[in-house]
Design a binder for this molecule. Structure first.
Ligand SMILES: [Zn+2]
Length: 328
């Protein structure tokens, strides 16, 4: 409970023109290392930019339904390094991605084998900062196989690994994911274990891995719990993300949690580490992520085109300043 502002008020006010706690984090920069912006709208991009998000990582994942062929994977990977990166740039946000075969679709073995052959042609592309998101969903034998094969790929490429941990049997699945990474000779400092909670964080940190936390609205791992975790474990090797996608999720989860941390007395240094610096350090090991990329204050030019396409629709003018584009 905060005495002066409740988080409910924050939520209500953040998207409006007079944000309650946004002033507390004004001037701070944020980096969201897990967000599926392909599923989000331009309003989201605008709000993210306005809240201080300067860079993001979009991990490859599933579409909410299974793909039926290899071309679908190929087009999706191409969109992550192509159109979506361009779209993000049009809102002043630097877009990186991780490329991999997600755990759910690892269970279609015939297709998964084809995807494994495709991956090497994407993971070395510019702005690809890791293999991800990979790991376990139902913890099947097929998931185990393709997780291991992708760890080998990451090892050969000396790239970070973004590990999705299962929502069911999380504790056991998280331990297993780390055991397998160690078994394959991966340095824990190259592995970001995602979707942690109070039950998994200690082991992840003790074993030298990065611990990422996803802040979902209306769930157990809400941002008040996150603030308590940072108070308890500190800021070393901890990072937070929104994992916002096509489901009920919040693309402003990182700056909102930062505002709550500020209100609840977490130091500015610790906030900066868990909402910005740690993710950049972890994925920076790829050699493909440079803070200088988003520190330069380039003016946004929305009249730019990507292969002839622009984000502007008939008759729209490029946004000359950084004020809201929402129709009032
Ligand atoms: Zn995800």
């Amino acid at each position: 409970m905060c005495s002066s502002h409740s988080i409910g008020e924050d939520r209500k006010n953040f998207g409006e023109s007079t944000p309650l706690n946004l002033n507390d984090i004004q001037g701070m920069r944020f980096f969201d290392p897990h967000i599926h912006v392909s599923s989000r709208t331009t309003d989201d991009y605008q709000a993210m930019y306005d809240a201080g998000i300067v860079g993001i990582i979009e991990p490859a994942f599933w579409l909410g339904q299974p793909r039926t062929g290899l071309s679908s994977f190929k087009d999706y990977y191409n969109s992550l390094i192509g159109w979506e990166r361009f779209r993000s740039s049009q809102f002043g946000i630097k877009h990186y991605c991780t490329i991999g075969l997600n755990s759910r679709e690892a269970n279609n073995i015939e297709l998964a084998e084809q995807v494994m052959e495709l991956l090497p042609s994407f993971i070395y592309k510019e702005g690809v900062v890791g293999i991800g998101e990979i790991g376990f969903d139902d913890q099947t034998a097929a998931e185990d196989r393709f997780y291991r094969e992708q760890l080998e790929l990451a090892k050969d490429a000396e790239m970070p690994v973004q590990v999705h941990t299962p929502h069911r049997d999380k504790k056991q699945g998280t331990t297993r994911s780390m055991d397998i990474a160690i078994e394959h000779g991966i340095d824990p400092s190259y592995v970001i274990i995602d979707h942690n909670n109070e039950e998994t964080v200690k082991e992840v940190l003790d074993r030298g891995f990065w611990a990422a936390f996803t802040i979902y609205p209306f769930t157990k791992m809400g941002n008040e719990r996150m603030v308590e975790l940072v108070k308890q474990y500190g800021s070393e090797r901890i990072m937070i993300n929104s994992a916002a996608d096509w489901g009920i999720s919040d693309p402003l989860a990182v700056p909102k949690t930062a505002a709550l941390m500020k209100a609840m007395g977490v130091s500015k240094e610790d906030i900066e580490l868990v909402t910005y610096k740690n993710a950049i350090a972890a994925f920076g090991k790829s050699g493909q992520l440079d803070e200088a990329d988003f520190l330069s204050d380039d003016t946004i030019d929305q009249s730019q085109k990507f292969e002839g396409n622009t984000i502007l629709r008939g008759g729209q003018q490029p946004r000359p300043d950084k004020s809201s584009i929402i129709i009032k």
